[in-house]
Design a protein around this ligand. Structure first.
Ligand SMILES: [Zn+2]
Length: 270
């Protein structure tokens, strides 16, 4: 079967990176059923021949107007599709879409008319924000990391930067690889405009990884692998914290002096 990935090695590699990450999400136990979403800005990989291809279906409304997305192309997980299936068949479980000039609708230009995730408006709103601010970030990831979600069931960890400081102090690499820490968004209805807006406010507050209380994380970065890595590093720190608690003690954590030395030597934000 012909694929739009044929003879487009950069686009193909980019989409297979998403498949690789989808496999990791499943292996980690973070992607039950159709849980989680990935949207990647693939505009840089799109050539004139691809731009000239007809859409597979009539345009669909995004549900909002996103002026910075004019002419942008995205790969996104399909609605009701599973990460474990996307891992072996990214074009059968995800979609390539182009945003139309009205910035309010999109068309599917892909191998099959796979409808994008119902979370598309919120993911695209984040990408619209990223482009508006000149960010180099191209990828957004939503997933359900077990230990991080568990922590949000305790009120004390929902206060600003309480979880960040705890997680950073569990193992030095956490601050080195997640220097902006973990933002917190209080519980809001999944898929709601309010949740999307609060997520953008948290990203604007300089977080790359935002925790949704009792739900999951939303992460942004230059690539899908980098977004995954930040969540993986933070969840590892949460696992170390929980392991210590399971052994019956509150972990000491790195000292303030050790954290300061780390920040000074590696040039991390204070
Ligand atoms: Zn979710």
């Amino acid at each position: 079967m012909n694929s739009i990935l044929d003879n487009r090695p950069a686009l193909k590699a980019g989409i297979w990176k998403v498949a690789e990450v989808a496999g990791y999400l499943w292996q980690k136990g973070w992607a039950e059923r159709n849980g989680g979403n990935i949207t990647v800005n693939i505009t840089d990989y799109v050539d004139d021949a691809l731009r000239a291809l007809p859409a597979l279906e009539a345009p669909r409304p995004i549900g909002t107007v996103l002026p910075h997305l004019k002419g942008c192309w995205f790969y996104c997980k399909g609605t009701q599709k599973r990460m474990r299936d996307l891992a072996r068949d990214p074009m059968g479980n995800g979609s390539v879409i182009r945003i139309l000039d009205d910035c309010a609708s999109y068309e599917i230009v892909a191998d099959a008319p796979v409808a994008p995730t119902s979370e598309l408006p919120s993911h695209l709103s984040v990408h619209n924000y990223l482009i508006a601010t000149g960010s180099p970030y191209k990828a957004s990831l939503h997933t359900h990391p077990i230990e991080l979600v568990a922590m949000t069931h305790a009120k004390k960890f929902l206060e600003k930067d309480v979880a960040t400081r705890l997680l950073w102090s569990m193992i030095p690499e956490t601050k080195a690889f997640c220097p902006r820490g973990l933002g917190m968004v209080p519980y809001m209805l999944p898929s709601s405009v309010e949740l999307a807006d609060a997520t953008i406010r948290a990203i604007d507050d300089d977080y790359d990884v935002v925790m949704w209380e009792k739900h999951g994380v939303f992460a942004v970065d230059v690539s899908i692998m980098d977004a995954f890595d930040q969540v993986d590093v933070l969840n590892k720190a949460a696992q170390i914290y929980i392991s210590a608690r399971n052994m019956g003690f509150e972990p000491a954590g790195m000292t303030e002096e050790q954290m300061k030395e780390l920040s000074d030597v590696f040039g991390l934000p204070k």
